[in-house]
Ligand binder design. Structure first.
Ligand SMILES: C[S@@+](CC[C@H](N)C(=O)[O-])C[C@H]1O[C@@H](n2cnc3c(N)ncnc32)[C@H](O)[C@@H]1O
Length: 404
């Protein structure tokens, strides 16, 4: 069994080798902050594996975890945090990322971390004290409101997913500050780093794909997922029905039919369903859905396999749907009277993605305007999609090579 020090050095070497850990100050923090003290009871090789570790669940659903080291490294690079910064973290968990932030900002800076659960904050305080980093302010609070007592902040980092950019966070940012959050955009969760360019205005500096638990409390979003009766299928629409999405229950009526196949113009990977092709399609057409279900025979066996489940990208109209299938070969299968037309739309979208060179989340630029903080928001240049997010913030999303 390796010592904690050896296991930590091995993890850092791996993160540097695959390019996720680049800047010396974040590398120094990863080398120095002992992750195993934030996961008491775990053997060193488990504490330093590149995996998220669930630490709290509610009704069988994970509500808190210690994040995956490679994701934490990617986000700290996105955050561009530096010595002397005043930082707010929303989502303390066990306190590991807060410890890393404290190491980077040093004694000239300040870190406040909040979590909605008392027991997690108590654990965070104990772990930080064990690591000699108890200068971090750890508070029980609903981070939906930010944390006004220690504002303004040079950096605000959420380590919990949100469906919107809340005005409270933007209002608590220093003029040149940055906000980093896992933001759901048309069904894909993206880690978006925003630069604060003026009151109520943000411009993305970097976008990456990610997978975080969602905000609870005042910022919780009930979601628009629809569970279909029979078969264990869930449909994730890419936007709410009021925004032009079709009723996902159309799938319930047609999925038992045999369907009609045509070759798909593209063979994509599972990650493309959220990060590449799926994001491209959902930004272009509000009828795009993802279908998720348990493994099984029949249709399920033809879907993409992901983490013990099955998933397909689809397009649902009022009277039919089309799904992109993975096995035995890339196929578009249409169902119902409107299925052929839905398949035409899905194929045209996939063709467009191929012609554009298979762009991914990292190629996106997102401008955000918080109406209540901007006296005269104005129109601005057109984007590929205009979205009002779950907090009422206006997002203008455009494809192009992202800045970083
Ligand atoms: C993925 S965990 C955080 C990981 C952690 N930062 C780390 O160092 O690994 C997400 C955390 O967000 C917390 N959370 C959820 N909703 C919240 C809210 N409204 N305000 C503050 N924290 C919240 C959860 O309790 C959970 O501990």
């Amino acid at each position: 069994m390796p010592t904690p020090e050896d296991a930590r050095a091995g993890l850092v070497a791996d993160l540097v080798r695959d390019g996720r850990l680049r800047s010396p100050r974040i590398r120094a923090a990863m080398e120095s902050v002992p992750r195993h003290l934030f996961l008491p009871g775990l053997a060193p090789d488990a504490a330093y594996a590149d995996e998220a570790v669930p630490i709290k669940s509610d009704g069988g659903v994970t509500v808190s975890s210690v994040s995956q080291p490679s994701m934490v490294a990617i986000m700290l690079e996105q955050l561009d945090v530096a010595p002397g910064h005043r930082v707010l973290e929303i989502g303390a968990g066990a306190g590991w990322n807060a410890g890393l932030l404290a190491h980077v900002v040093g004694t000239a800076g300040a870190v406040t971390t909040v979590d909605i659960d008392d027991d997690l904050v108590a654990g965070t305080r104990a772990h930080l004290a064990a690591a000699g980093l108890d200068r971090v302010e750890a508070v029980t609070a609903d981070g939906a409101g930010g944390y006004p007592p220690s504002a303004p902040y040079d950096r605000i980092e959420l380590t919990v997913g949100s469906t919107g950019v809340r005005p409270e966070w933007v209002a608590q940012l220093a003029p040149e500050g940055r906000l980093l959050l896992p933001l759901t955009v048309r069904g894909s969760q993206l880690s978006v780093a925003f630069a604060h360019t003026g009151p109520g205005r943000l411009v993305s500096t970097s976008v990456r794909s990610c997978a975080f638990v969602r905000l609870r409390g005042a910022g919780a979003d009930p979601g628009a997922d629809a569970e279909l009766s029979g078969g264990g299928w869930t449909v994730q629409p890419s936007c709410r029905s009021g925004d032009g999405a079709a009723d996902p229950r159309v799938l319930e009526r047609v999925l038992d039919e045999p369907g009609k196949d045509r070759p798909a113009p593209v063979r994509c990977t599972v990650s493309d369903l959220w990060d590449g092709l799926g994001l491209w399609c959902a930004l272009a057409d509000t009828a795009v859905v993802r279908l998720l279900g348990p493994p099984g025979d029949g249709l399920a066996s033809a879907l993409f396999g992901v983490a013990g489940a099955r998933v397909a990208l689809g397009l649902a109209s009022a009277d039919g749907c089309a799904l992109l299938l993975a096995d035995p070969r890339a196929t578009v299968r249409s169902f119902g009277p409107g299925g052929e037309a839905a398949a035409d739309r899905l194929v045209a979208l996939a063709d467009g993605w191929l012609r554009a060179g298979r762009p991914h989340a990292a190629d996106l630029r997102i401008d955000a305007v918080v109406p209540e903080l901007v006296p005269a928001p104005g129109a601005g240049p057109p984007g590929d999609a205009e979205i009002v997010d779950g907090a009422g913030t206006r997002l203008r999303v455009a494809w192009g090579i992202g800045p970083g």
